[in-house]
Design a protein around this ligand. Structure first.
Ligand code: PLP
Length: 454
């Protein structure tokens, strides 16, 4: 694809390093999502709301490591906590239980009404994987249901219908996998549901109600498309009625929609919750929490007892549900996470975040209106997306059907202006994005839009 953007002339070192990386790393990136055309910009340092690349350019960062950095880069509370932890414990990791695991577990149990016990993992995807395994063991059923367009990680079971085309569910109910190399088993055992469409979702759940172990969902799709309140409430009721475990994947929304994530915002209690991103303060982390009987299934001492006590059915009663990980509950990671939660608990921090996000969204919408570009910002809490349509956005297909090449061009011009947004991605805010940073963003944004409209 030909891209004409002045930033390419000022990121020649990035281009060179990317080429070098591609000699040793497939596609030059360690996660496919980090790639964009013609090459991703290579960063060297960061501070607060800003990223600095290897050519010496600075950017206001709205990617924030895909939303993980709710406090911005290098927050002093987080950096102090990890240095102190390192010097206090005299190692990087024990490989045994330690006090911070219990401290973080207690914090999560105190905060979330849905969480009675917690296990830690090293990523959001490991958390959703464990949650699904718990649900499968608890119910003795083998299918899972997921919503179209919802992302839960890059493993086989959930890499299905993540980037769907609009379709009629009744005419084409089959599911599609999003990667080569996935055995058919997974698409055969995954039921796909349409987000924000209660009638069809209810029909499909009814049809498969005896086979489905779990409904896993991002309560706010992609972190930015809000659910209808009634829709979310109905999913809770239907799953309860059919004995299906409801898993809220709050990897993106946890701590971003307030301390209690989307479940707090919508006042819904799921059976299991997957957390990640913000919880690690910028380090790799995940956690699963939920009802203690379900969580106890992964206890090396207690799981089988619970199942034989007849709470639910399983055909593998004598095998414990296996969950492990060399680095689970890493002390440095948890110290960063605890410092992050502490900073977020400061009075007014969420109110400020929300006010700043709304100010930015209103400013962006006002500029695009003046330049006659049909558009809207869609979001919740401190995440939003810019969608170039004035039609309602209720599902991911409503975004995928807009003029994505226009949006991609705009994103390229925003990079020119020093606004870092991974093309076509969401905008994430942090507490480092002050009113002054937002005003600066809006000035730069208008220059990008001016160029777009020629
Ligand atoms: N679930 C959701 C909702 C996510 O947004 C992501 C990552 O973007 C994941 C799970 C996977 O998390 P991780 O990248 O930490 O494995």
């Amino acid at each position: 694809m030909e891209i004409d953007a002045p930033y390419l002339r000022k990121t020649t070192r990035s281009a060179q390093l990317y080429k070098e990386a591609a000699q040793w790393i497939p596609g030059g990136v360690t996660a496919n999502i980090k790639h964009f055309e013609p090459y991703p910009i290579v960063m060297e340092s960061a501070d607060g709301a800003f990223l600095y690349d290897v050519d010496g350019n600075s950017y206001i960062d709205y990617n924030l490591c895909y939303g993980a950095l709710l406090l911005g880069h290098g927050h002093p509370g987080v950096t102090t906590a990890i240095h102190e932890q390192l010097s206090q414990i005299g190692t990087t990791i024990f490989g045994t239980p330690h006090k911070l695991e219990t401290e973080m577990a207690r914090v999560l149990v105190d905060l979330y009404p849905s969480i009675e016990k917690v296990r830690f993992t090293n990523s959001g995807m490991e958390a959703t994987l464990l949650a699904i395994r718990l649900a499968t063991a608890w119910t003795g059923r083998k299918k899972i249901a997921k919503f179209e367009g919802h992302y839960h990680g890059s493993y086989d079971q959930v890499l299905i219908s993540v980037n769907p085309k609009k379709r009629d569910f009744k005419e084409r109910p089959s599911v599609t996998s999003d990667s080569y190399g996935l055995p058919d088993y997974y698409s055969e055992n995954t039921v796909v549901l349409p987000f924000n469409d209660l009638d069809q979702t209810a029909d499909i759940l009814k049809k498969h109600c005896d086979e489905i172990a779990a409904v896993i969902m991002e309560p706010i799709q992609g972190g930015f498309i809000p659910p209808d309140r009634a829709f979310l409430r109905a999913i809770r009721e239907l799953t309860r009625q059919y004995g299906i475990i409801l898993i809220f994947d709050e990897v993106k929304t946890g701590f971003r929609m307030g301390l209690l994530g989307a479940q707090g915002l919508y006042d819904i209690v799921p059976d299991l919750t997957a957390l990640g991103k913000v919880l690690g303060g910028g380090f790799p982390v995940g956690a699963v929490g939920g009802h203690q009987n379900i969580m106890e299934l992964c206890s090396p001492t207690g799981g089988a007892d619970i199942l034989t006590a007849g709470e639910q059915h399983t055909s593998d009663q004598n095998k414990p549900l296996f969950h492990s990980g060399t680095y689970n509950g890493h002390p440095i990671v948890l110290s960063a996470g605890l410092a992050t939660i502490q900073a977020l608990q400061a009075p007014g921090s969420y109110q400020q975040l929300e006010e700043n996000t709304l100010q930015l969204r209103a400013g962006i919408e006002e500029i695009l209106r003046r330049y006659h570009i049909a558009s809207q910002t869609v979001g919740a809490g401190s995440i939003f997306n810019l969608v170039l349509t004035d039609r309602p956005v209720r599902q991911i297909q409503d975004v995928l059907e807009t003029d994505l090449s226009l949006r991609r061009t705009l994103d390229t011009y925003l990079l020119d202006q020093g606004i870092f947004i991974k093309p076509l991605n969401r905008f994430s805010m942090s507490i480092a994005h002050t009113a002054a940073v937002i005003n600066e963003t809006l000035e730069r944004f208008e220059l990008g839009v001016k160029r777009l409209t020629g």
